[in-house]
Design a protein around this ligand. Structure first.
Ligand code: G6P
Length: 609
């Protein structure tokens, strides 16, 4: 998704801006650009369609330097990914970069056209540039002009502006999209994600909704709205800013898949004792809140939503607590019924997903007991705005397709299930069994990773396919959904998931010898049922790929490939069976030659709705 970097320094900031953009590349984008104010007080703007590398090549041919500048990676929303539509957008001596969407851009565009402004792009952002220019022309300072312009905008956005009339300043603001200030020594920065600035500073100010910042080399001021000067806490980040490197791996995604045994240990560390879940893991106020919880509402998007769906099975069957799960983009616009004493839970690897954030804001207006976020990004908006926080500690996930974030979310949700279940009569012995199963999870995942070679071979059978079906039953159904999502995200094969019992209500019509069918089939009370469903598929010539710990239970024929997963306790099977499905999608993408880490049209952090 779009990324912003800005800098006000004494040195040339071009390299800092480019490095910042590179650090945001993982978020997904389709063009890049920057603007600096040069020593002769001219705006130098460079852009490129495609990767930041293209911008670097452009800068090699047409160098641009300056000590004040802004930069952007764009993920197209209004208008195709072309150089004209790439940011920064210019209005005479003003340059603007913008994340998010200005919803009322069409009427503003018309009004500005009536004032004589000529538009060169199809973007909503160009409206911002001209609007600010019109106000500066009326004699306002850059800060005042930005404040007054923003008052006209509807939507969600983060904006950074420079103007050669005010060559030592940068103005930035946020409303609905994240923005962080990075503090250096006699230089200051702004970015949509602190990751972009970790090479220049470890001191940050996380701007709040409605904040404007007036940035100069030696000082900065923050205003909330157009008047009030506010103080915001400076946060010194102490994490090691784990440099995003692929190490020995060919792709970030593969590295992140293989990191899972280690990161799962981290998620569990300090959260379980030998027999119990330590609920301090959910924050100091968790105990009092959990004592009152009678129901759970989970809201999330994408892979995180699938984690929520798995949790619903656990909550209702293990914790004996009603649980609803909904995608955030639906939840936020729906009138909801909130049963008494319901805990509102969001799940998000990035902590910045616009729909999930908006859902949380809506939920805060309702009668929920409290909000809890399960998140992988410290200091993110969801973390800051939730009552209780559970950090998954998966470390930075760079591959757009979520892997380690998902399995760590599942662990968090299972800990929550146990903590809530305890209050609803979950026995000590069941808790103890579940906790020891969780403790064995890193080892079980390491074993599942040994399937890599077998799965690599299996993946070849998918290379020329256009469609695939993923089947599961019970708690393994959302695992199958996640498997299908992974495959479509990175191999571009159309993949559908179905609860296997629904096959004969439609999808069976699609089954022929050209349709690979993946089944998630650990030994549990539904395995026999699933087997019958698979026989129906086989009878129609479908090619089956069965992941099971009961290899002997499935016929060994040319049409059936059984991938032998080792037996694990039922409560951790969803995490363990996720691993071979991740590997399958990875290897299919490799065979197909797609861009594994940055699949087309997708973004890591979706900060627009
Ligand atoms: C994007 C990412 C997915 C992620 C989803 C929700 O689509 O590409 O990997 O699952 O957003 O993101 P969140 O950060 O809220 O988990």
């Amino acid at each position: 998704m779009c990324g912003i970097v800005g800098a006000v320094a004494s040195r040339n900031v071009t390299a800092i801006l480019v490095e910042g953009l590179m650090r945001l590349e993982y978020r997904g984008y389709d063009s890049a650009g920057l603007a600096v104010i040069d020593t002769e007080n001219n705006l130098q703007i460079r852009k490129a369609v495609g990767k930041v590398k293209g911008l670097v090549d452009n800068l090699d041919t047409n160098p641009a330097s300056g000590s004040v500048g802004i930069a952007h990676t764009r993920w197209a929303t209004h208008g195709k990914p072309t150089e004209k539509n790439a940011h920064p957008h210019q209005s005479n001596d003003i340059a603007v970069v913008h994340n998010g969407i200005i919803e009322n851009h069409a009427e503003l565009r018309q009004a500005l056209k009536n004032q004589g402004y000529v538009f060169v792009s199809e973007t909503d952002t160009e409206v911002i540039a001209h609007q600010i220019h019109a106000l500066v022309n009326n004699g306002l300072s850059l800060l005042e002009a930005t404040q007054q312009a923003v008052a006209l905008f509807e939507g969600a956005y983060a904006i950074a502006v420079v103007n050669t009339k005010f060559p030592d300043e940068l103005i930035a603001c946020r409303s609905g999209s994240p923005l962080v200030l990075g503090l250096g020594i006699e230089e200051n920065f702004v970015a949509s994600d602190q990751m972009a600035l970790r090479q220049v500073t470890d001191r940050f100010v996380f701007l709040e909704e409605g904040d404007f910042v007036h940035l100069e080399r030696k000082k900065f001021s923050i205003f909330n709205g157009d008047k009030e000067l506010v103080e915001r806490k400076v946060v010194q980040l102490t994490d090691k800013a784990e440099a995003a490197s692929k190490g020995e791996y060919r792709h970030y995604m593969l590295k992140e898949i293989f990191e899972q045994p280690e990161v799962l240990k981290r998620t569990l560390q300090g959260r379980i004792s030998k027999h119990h879940v330590l609920e301090e893991a959910f924050g100091t106020e968790a105990k009092a809140i959990f004592d009152r919880v009678k129901g759970v509402q989970i809201v999330a998007c994408g892979t995180s939503y699938h984690a929520g769906l798995v949790a619903k099975y656990w909550m209702e069957s293990i914790a004996n607590i009603p649980c609803q799960v909904e995608v955030a983009s639906e939840y936020r616009y729906r009138k909801v019924f909130v049963p008494k004493d319901t805990l509102f839970v969001t799940i998000s690897q990035s902590g910045e997903t616009a729909d999930t954030l908006a859902a949380l804001k809506e939920a805060k207006k309702s009668d929920y007991l409290a909000s809890l976020v399960i998140c992988n990004a410290p200091s993110s908006s969801l973390v800051r705005e939730s009552d209780l926080v559970f950090m998954t500690h998966a470390g930075p996930e760079i591959g757009v397709a979520s892997t380690k974030a998902f399995t760590t979310q599942l662990v968090a949700l299972q800990l929550l299930t146990i903590a809530l279940g305890r209050r609803q009569g979950l026995s000590e012995s069941v808790e103890s069994d579940m906790v020891s199963a969780l403790a064995s999870l890193p080892e079980a995942v390491s074993k599942a990773l040994l399937l890599d070679d077998v799965i690599k071979k299996t993946s070849e059978a998918f290379a020329d396919k256009h469609h695939a079906l993923f089947l599961g039953r019970g708690v393994e159904y959302p695992v199958a959904m996640e498997g299908a999502l992974k495959l479509k995200e990175i191999s571009y094969i159309h993949a559908e998931s179905y609860p296997a019992g629904e096959l004969k209500h439609g999808p069976l019509a699609l089954v022929d010898s050209d349709m690979p069918i993946v089944a998630v089939a650990p030994n549990n009370e539904l395995m026999e049922k699933l087997k019958s469903n698979l026989e129906e598929v086989q009878a129609r010539g479908g090619k089956l790929f069965v992941f099971s710990d009961q290899a002997d239970a499935f016929p060994n024929s040319d049409d059936v490939t059984v991938i032998d997963v080792h037996s694990v306790p039922e409560t951790i099977a969803p995490m363990v069976y996720t691993i071979p499905l991740q590997l399958l999608s990875y290897h299919v993408a490799i065979v197909k030659g797609t861009d594994v880490d940055q699949p087309r049209n997708l973004a890591k952090s979706v900060t627009v709705e």
